[in-house]
Design a protein around this ligand. Structure first.
Ligand SMILES: [Mg+2]
Ligand SMILES: [Zn+2]
Length: 185
């Protein structure tokens, strides 16, 4: 069974800016130490890796979709150079309360499943640093990892916490993939 790992961006891959501020320029995108390594390790599994990110700064007019695409191209170049991969990127650019895709709504995930019909939410893990990421995963019936708190496996390991992406990948996601037979190549 193909697994999908849905990754949030800010606070998981790159440092989140203070509340109300958005990464509007590549100079403001700072990798969290270990996250590129984690992406490389994750790329060694057969899981599909999908980025799902709320970027309300677009809706607020702080950056354009084209600027955001440019940031994501630079991000993807760094990931590729580190030996990792992200197979698809889905963005909610909308203002809060104006769409059905801003997490915790599940529109981005449904769009991913439309594009990749072999996606199974029961064989998916959502990794994010906000309660809204975990909430979206719970609505879809995925496994979840909340980034930030110390490592902890909850509810029969279906929901976990981990201090950073590296710990999430090494201690939660890869063991899960291996247990379910979706082992590394
Ligand atoms: Mg986040
Ligand atoms: Zn949206």
């Amino acid at each position: 069974m193909l697994w999908t790992v849905f990754l949030d961006r800010d606070g998981v891959l790159n440092h989140k800016l203070p509340e109300g501020r958005y990464v509007t320029d590549w100079q403001e995108f700072h990798w969290i130490p270990g996250s590129l390594d984690a992406l490389r390790v994750l790329a060694g599994s057969r899981a599909r890796i999908v980025l799902v990110t709320n970027q309300q700064g677009v809706g607020k007019g702080l950056l354009t979709s084209e600027q955001l695409d440019g940031i994501h191209r630079r991000m993807q170049a760094d990931i590729a150079a580190a030996g990792g991969r992200v197979d698809a990127v889905y963005v909610c650019p909308h203002l809060e309360g104006s769409c059905d895709c801003r997490k915790p709504a599940v529109g981005l995930f449904l769009r991913a499943r439309r594009d990749f019909p072999d996606t199974s939410f029961s064989h998916s893990v959502v990794v994010g640093d906000s309660p809204s990421d975990v909430e979206a995963g719970k609505r879809l019936g995925t496994w979840t990892v909340l980034i930030g708190p110390p490592l902890k496996l909850l509810e029969a390991e279906r929901h976990a916490t981990a201090p950073d992406l590296r710990a999430a990948v090494e201690r939660v996601v890869l063991p899960l993939l291996e247990r379910s037979g979706a082992a590394r190549e």
